[in-house]
Design a protein around this ligand. Structure first.
Ligand code: 3H9
Length: 658
């Protein structure tokens, strides 16, 4: 066994040098790894007792990609393309034994090898666009030479992860080895000795029809709104059709370096590390979550059936409860409908659907919740309905079972107080549709026990959600910031802007929809009811815009009503002169004179309103850290990820404008 660096070692057996990268936690390609890998290849080439080489990763990851922590500094030698040129041009065969995730630069290492063997659990991707960059070590040129331009565009421009099976079908890997990977790869490497080696960079790009390439490009870019990296990824993959390999590599590298230093990449790196930070909750470092195998869901409406489906997908037994048998049957149908949709889009197969349904029981008997380890309540958002239910649940469930409320606006402490054991209560605020949306606000109530919170987080992770812990406040993190956003958007109307101008300004910033289009989509009645509830408590000196009340009184309750801030025909939104007139009346009733408002002012004021509310949430201790707030707004409210979230945008020197 020899060490080529602190993180790369090698051992020769039967003429094959097995090169192992061992750099916890994900074998990222740090400077030390690159140095070690290059030294190992040079050693293998020169050593007389070596006839072939195998590259693999320690643990269950092959290589997790370039070391993202090094991105803030100038690239250090040897850069990855130099290492990969040494692998590809080696005279002796080099085989990649892909023992787990091969991501970004990790997949690029494998693509430079002469053959690729993967274990069945391996996953392969070039996810660079998710970090606002493009592959910087040949990924955009070697991949299309192996799988063709359309398939390469579909992967490189979206960052989508391929399973080992898909990678085999596409031609990214040559073989899947379900037995022991290392000996199989060594045998494969030996079998290549003396053969003509297949060097990916020297392969011809398989011909593809121009229409197929264009179709792949438009599909991949359809959701890339405002992001530079996916567009550049498509351009670079297209280059492979007619640009000599080395020239295209140089262009790829240049683009990689420019994007690496861009604002979008900095924002997306922030998001990457924010997601990892969110998992670390102060006070829970050594707390063990309770075991959860069966989840009860009370209320099988839109939200409850989404939650139930999500729990079934994660492998839990689910007990769905409704008020009557008839309502329970309806809920079951709704869940089956969601599973059917997953079946139609091949996300699950028939056996998967049958297995999920076997794990589902539905009915109207609260007593069946005795079997549940966790009960999630998803009934109508009304305090007396919820407190009554929790009082009953407290008498029904086991003493060690956990109770969660999915309330969005009510006080979960008040709900917890209705039970005899408030320490077993927490909030699990799902976003609709619950089986699709990744965000989950996990509410730590005043008396929630640490292991109850830890269990909520563990369940969330198993549900494949992004859990963000927050304290108790009306609307939690997301809806409180959204209310501030709504308030400022309404101020803008009184000051002189129109809904369509506000929406266009925010859409140009990167939101999929501007605020008024979102209000219409969600429906205006809930906010209207809240305003009426709060009317008596409202500070008479605080600025209050009554235009939305006039809108609701006129029956303009949003998209479902066909009229809201816009009018809708066949799902298409149009500006409605009636709304413009209502806004003008609202202004003149207060004696306000409209002034011209620039798009920059709109963006600045709306982003500043979000950041100010975020700062308040931090100072009140509701949010643990600023980056948690960014994740909530990105994953629940359409804030563009490539801007990093409202707190990150506000912290940038240039200020939070586009
Ligand atoms: C690239 O490769 C560009 C090339 O083309 C350039 C060529 C020149 N670097 O996610 P986890 C840390 S771009 C540094 O919880 P999991 C992470 O911060 C890169 N650190 O584990 C965390 O640290 P901590 C393309 C990294 O098992 C710890 O590892 N690659 C990196 O759930 C555990 O992470 C990617 O985009 C990294 N590359 O999932 C892959 N990756 O404990 C990004 C992770 O201090 N990574 N860390 O918080 C992933 O997708 C997942 O981490 C992975 C493991 C699937 C690998």
């Amino acid at each position: 066994m020899s060490a080529f660096s602190d993180t790369v070692r090698g051992a020769v057996s039967n003429g094959v040098l097995l090169i192992e990268i061992d750099h916890a936690p994900v074998n990222a390609l740090s400077t030390d790894v690159r140095n070690g890998l290059l030294a190992a290849i040079m050693h293998g080439e020169a050593a007389t007792d070596v006839v072939a080489m195998v590259i693999t990763g320690a643990g269950n990851i092959f290589i997790g990609g370039a070391d993202i922590r090094e991105f803030g500094a100038p690239p250090a030698e040897p850069v990855l393309p130099t290492v990969l040129a040494a692998i590809e041009n080696a005279a002796k065969p080099v085989v990649a034994a892909i023992n787990g995730a091969a991501l970004g630069g990790g997949l690029e290492v494998a693509l430079a090898a002469h053959r690729r063997i993967a274990s069945p659990a391996a996953t392969l991707a070039l996810p660079e666009v998710k970090l606002g960059i493009v592959p910087g070590a040949g990924g955009t040129q070697r991949l299309p030479r192996l799988i063709g331009i359309p398939a390469a565009i579909a992967l490189v421009a979206t960052g989508r992860i391929a399973s080992a099976n898909e990678a085999l079908k596409l031609g990214i890997v040559d073989r899947i080895e379900s037995g022991e990977l290392r000996p199989a790869a060594a045998a494969e490497a030996r079998s290549l000795v003396g053969a003509d080696l297949r060097r990916s960079g020297a392969c011809d790009v398989p011909p593809a029809r121009a229409e197929a390439i264009d179709a792949a490009a438009s599909k991949a870019l359809a959701r890339a709104r405002g992001q530079n990296a996916p567009r550049e990824a498509v351009r670079l993959v297209r280059l492979s059709a007619d640009t000599p390999f080395t020239e295209a590599l140089a262009e790829e590298r240049k683009t990689f370096l420019v994007l690496r230093d861009s604002d979008q990449a900095a924002a997306l790196r922030h998001v990457f590390f924010a997601e990892r930070a969110a998992a670390k909750v102060p006070g829970l470092e050594h707390v063990k979550p309770r075991k959860v195998e069966a989840i009860g869901v009370v209320g099988l409406g839109l939200m409850g059936s989404g939650i139930a489906t999500c729990a079934l997908d994660a492998g839990y037994a689910v007990i769905g409860i409704e008020q009557t048998e008839e309502a329970a049957a309806k809920g079951r149908n709704r869940i089956e409908g969601l599973l059917d949709r997953a079946l139609q889009s091949s996300r699950i197969d028939a056996a998967g659907k049958a297995d999920r349904l076997r794990r589902l029981t539905t009915g109207a008997e609260l007593n069946s919740l005795k079997a549940a380890d966790l009960v999630i309540e998803a009934v109508f958002d009304d305090l007396s309905a919820k407190t009554e239910l929790f009082a009953c649940l407290g008498n029904v469930v086991r003493a060690d079972a956990i109770l969660a409320t999915n309330t969005s606006y009510l006080d979960p402490d008040a709900i917890a107080a209705a039970t005899t054991r408030p320490e077993r209560v927490l909030g699990l605020h799902f976003f609709s549709p619950a089986n699709v949306m990744r965000l989950l606000e996990v509410v730590r109530c005043t008396r929630t026990a640490p292991d109850v919170l830890a269990t909520g987080l563990a369940v969330a992770k198993k549900l494949r959600k992004l859990p963000i812990v927050c304290g108790v406040t009306e609307g939690f993190i997301g809806n409180r910031i959204f209310s501030a956003y709504r308030r400022e958007a309404e101020f803008l109307l009184e000051d002189g802007a129109l809904p369509q101008q506000v929406d266009a300004a925010m859409e140009s910033y990167g939101f999929a929809m501007g605020p008024f289009a979102v209000f219409d989509l969600a429906g205006l009645e809930i906010a209207w009811a809240r305003r009426k509830r709060q009317a008596a408590r409202r500070d008479p000196n605080a600025r209050y815009v009554d235009i939305p009340d006039r809108l609701c009184e006129a029956g303009r309750l949003g998209m479902k009503a066909g009229r809201g801030w816009y009018r809708y025909q066949d799902g298409k939104r149009d500006v409605d002169p009636e709304v413009t007139a209502l806004i003008e009346q609202g202004r003149s009733a207060k004696g306000l004179v409209a002034r011209t408002i620039s798009d920059d002012e709109i963006r600045h004021r709306l982003l500043a309103a979000m950041a100010a509310e975020g700062a308040a949430l931090l100072s009140e201790g509701v949010a643990v850290r600023a980056s948690d707030i960014d994740l909530v707004m990105i994953n629940g409210y359409g804030f563009p990820a490539h801007k990093g979230g409202p707190m990150f945008a506000a912290s940038q020197a240039k200020g939070p404008t586009a």
